[in-house]
Design a protein around this ligand. Structure first.
Ligand code: TXA
Ligand code: MG
Length: 313
């Protein structure tokens, strides 16, 4: 039996399998089995009001889970699926309430990863899968990260190496008259706008959590993190870690420095973000300082994660 066949059997029997996607690792269960999905919430310690994304292999499999695809949603998925784009649409009666936290809508995407697609196809089931991390903590971009949180607690972890994109999918809702960006992610806002025109932005960075799961603190390391262009003065006598895009002019104040992309490439930075945050978190520092990155392309998703990781006073 191959690993995919083993994993598919676990899914069919109502078990949990962590699997790689191009964005982050997911913690998957059969989306049509409410008992299996309930275990995701339990293992992650995730509040029931935070709905899950359903992963499917293609548009045909997505179609039966929703009422219909509006033209603009169709345009987007035709271009970006398989890929880091999640669309929120009115759900069909097939989707259990526990998946959507009883919302009348469902979030769906087609991941761009051979192991994820292999698992969906082999099991024949759509997979409900949040990121494979305990609720509120940093998302996993390697199988090792998943093992640290959930080793022994779930039936299987499929190892596909490090995730190529490194930040979660872009979430866009098509429930209102105009499309609304709920979470910036792997597909840049600019690329969506080029295709379908105006997309309203309603992420937590704008301070108004409207959708469930848009909690202000999320993706957080244990070490306090501040997001600042430049701190006037660093607190004395503290061990401080720096998370920054490029090499800073002076590294001497810091006990540890993580550079996300020496050449300032935002795609490379996104791919390194969560692993870098985890490395800093393991150094037993007193404080992490993160510099915001340029707010364009994948920079929007990076700034969103940094903002949510920052501990509010
Ligand atoms: O890249 C990703 O999207 C990863 C991989 C595993 O696919 N998954 C992921 O799942 O990030 P999760 O559960 O960590 O984040 C799902 C987000 C949450 O912010 C949730 O509130 C939102 O999607 N969401 C899910 N269903 C929704 C709905 N019906 N309406 C509005 N937001 C929804
Ligand atoms: Mg998550």
């Amino acid at each position: 039996m191959t690993d995919i066949q083993k994993a598919a059997q676990i899914i069919q029997e109502g078990g949990l399998v962590a699997f790689p996607t191009e964005t982050v690792y997911g913690l998957g269960a059969d989306a049509l089995n409410p008992y299996a999905v309930a275990r995701i919430f339990e293992v992650k310690n995730r509040p029931q009001f935070d709905p899950l994304i359903v992963h499917v292999a293609d548009l045909r499999q997505a179609d039966i889970l929703v009422q219909k695809f509006p033209d603009k949603a169709l345009k987007l998925v035709e271009k970006f699926w398989p890929g880091p784009l999640t669309v929120v649409l009115p759900k069909s009666s097939l989707v259990p309430d526990i998946v959507t936290s009883s919302l009348p809508t469902v979030a769906i995407r087609v991941p761009h990863h051979p192991l994820a697609l292999g698992l969906i196809r082999e099991s024949g089931r759509p997979l409900a899968a949040p990121s494979a991390n305990p609720f509120g903590q940093v998302s996993p971009t390697t199988a090792e990260h998943v093992k640290k949180s959930f080793g022994g607690k779930i039936e299987m972890i499929l190892d596909g190496g490090p995730c190529r994109i490194g930040v979660e999918s872009t979430v866009v809702s098509f429930v209102e008259k105009e499309p609304v960006l709920l979470r910036p992610g792997g597909v840049p806002l600019e690329e969506m706008q080029a295709l379908i025109g105006r997309v309203a932005v309603r992420t937590t960075a704008s301070e108004t959590p409207l959708a469930p799961g848009q909690l202000p603190q999320h993706y957080a390391p244990r070490t306090p993190l501040v997001l600042e262009e430049s701190l006037e003065s660093l607190p004395a006598g503290k061990k401080i870690g720096l998370l920054t895009l490029r090499e800073p002019p002076d590294v001497s104040p810091y006990a540890a420095v993580e550079i996300l992309s020496a050449k300032g490439d935002l795609r490379e930075a996104a791919a390194n973000l969560f692993a870098a945050m985890r490395r800093l978190d393991e150094r037993n520092l007193d404080l992490l300082v993160a510099h915001p990155v340029p707010h364009e392309g994948l920079g929007r998703a990076i700034n969103d994660r940094l903002y949510k990781a920052s501990h509010k006073k």
